[in-house]
Design a binder for this molecule. Structure first.
Ligand SMILES: Cc1cc2nc3c(=O)[nH]c(=O)nc-3n(C[C@H](O)[C@H](O)[C@H](O)COP(=O)(O)O)c2cc1C
Length: 299
């Protein structure tokens, strides 16, 4: 089975990427993902100033996974001087996740351009305004010739309008979605919120959010022509196949990687290959968007 996919000018050996977050927040973890056979690497989001991250910053309740993480606690300088030069000779494409304001990106993109094969820009902490999003994407595209992927959150008022604004601005692909929230989870033994210091709010990820991510991927894939990278709740190879059928060209996984480590990538690759072989699917291109026509309105 040929698992390779073409994504925004990059050729990936397979459609799997880590969702920006703990799986890509240091050199050792990025190298382990590469050794596990990941299709492309994505860093933890990097910004211009140091975040305050309450500890612990992750907790689970059964299948529900909560976090109060922000962006990388490592400085942009540490990334460009100590981490990314070590990955440069890699044959696995490297996507730098950067955020957030136009001023942050003006500073970060030129610094990361020599190391990255593409950029994923988080919109998690910027105003939910398609016009502003379009202008931000246009400004980013003036800073780099590398593929620019915009990561949207499900809490956008109109995710299709946001996706169209990204496409108009020149984005090369869209990732959907980020963690969902804010949410609250109470530890009844402690009579306190599971996470947080001065606020009880957290963000939800993992299998619980998969159907929301599926809807967003489906809607975006119908709204724009640029490729969509699915992210949210992947726990098995069948989840990856489902996202491809909904219209995704590639698929990210964060929470399951946090919980299971890089062997999860090996497991996904084997499950995807087995499913394709048993269903006589030779290339993943046959699957992308293949569920969509069935449900398209007929009038
Ligand atoms: C602990 C944690 C940290 C995260 N940090 C980031 C981040 O720095 N940047 C980002 O774009 N998304 C971040 N995310 C969101 C994930 O990349 C992903 O979009 C989301 O968790 C849904 O995918 P999943 O269900 O496979 O985890 C984080 C998620 C978790 C659980």
């Amino acid at each position: 089975v040929d698992l390779s996919v073409h994504l925004a000018g990059l050729t990936l050996a397979n459609p799997l990427l880590p969702g920006s977050g703990p799986p890509g927040d240091n050199l050792a973890k990025l190298l382990r993902l590469q050794a596990a056979g990941i299709g492309a690497l994505v860093t933890k989001t990097i910004s211009t100033h140091h975040p305050h991250v309450p500890k612990p910053c992750m907790a689970f309740d059964g299948d529900l996974f909560f976090n109060v993480e922000k962006w990388s606690e490592k400085s942009a300088e540490e990334w460009t001087t100590r981490i990314l030069p070590e990955l440069k000779p890699s044959h696995v494409p490297l996507i730098a996740s950067l955020g957030y304001t136009p001023a942050d990106l003006q500073e970060l993109i030129p610094a990361f351009d020599p190391f990255a094969d593409g950029f994923e820009i988080s919109t998690h902490y910027i105003p939910d305004d398609p016009d502003q999003l379009q202008k931000t994407v246009e400004a980013i595209k003036r800073l780099t010739g590398k593929p620019v992927i915009i990561k949207l959150s499900a809490h956008a008022r109109d995710i299709m309008a946001s996706a169209k604004a990204c496409e108009r601005g020149g984005a090369d692909a869209i990732t959907a979605i980020n963690s969902i929230g804010p949410v609250i989870s109470i530890d009844i033994e402690k009579r306190a919120s599971r996470l947080g210091e001065d606020s009880p709010y957290a963000w939800l990820s993992g299998p619980a959010i998969k159907p929301i991510a599926m809807r967003c991927v489906w809607d975006i894939a119908h709204a724009v022509k640029i490729p969509v990278i699915a992210c949210g709740g992947v726990a098995s190879g069948k989840d990856v196949i489902e996202f491809l059928m909904a219209g995704a060209t590639a698929v990210e996984t964060c929470t399951s990687l946090v919980r299971q480590g890089p062997d999860f990538i090996v497991q996904l690759l084997s499950e995807i290959t087995d499913w394709c072989a048993s269903h006589h699917v030779d290339t993943l291109a046959e699957l992308i968007g293949s569920a969509a026509p069935t449900f398209r309105p007929t009038k």
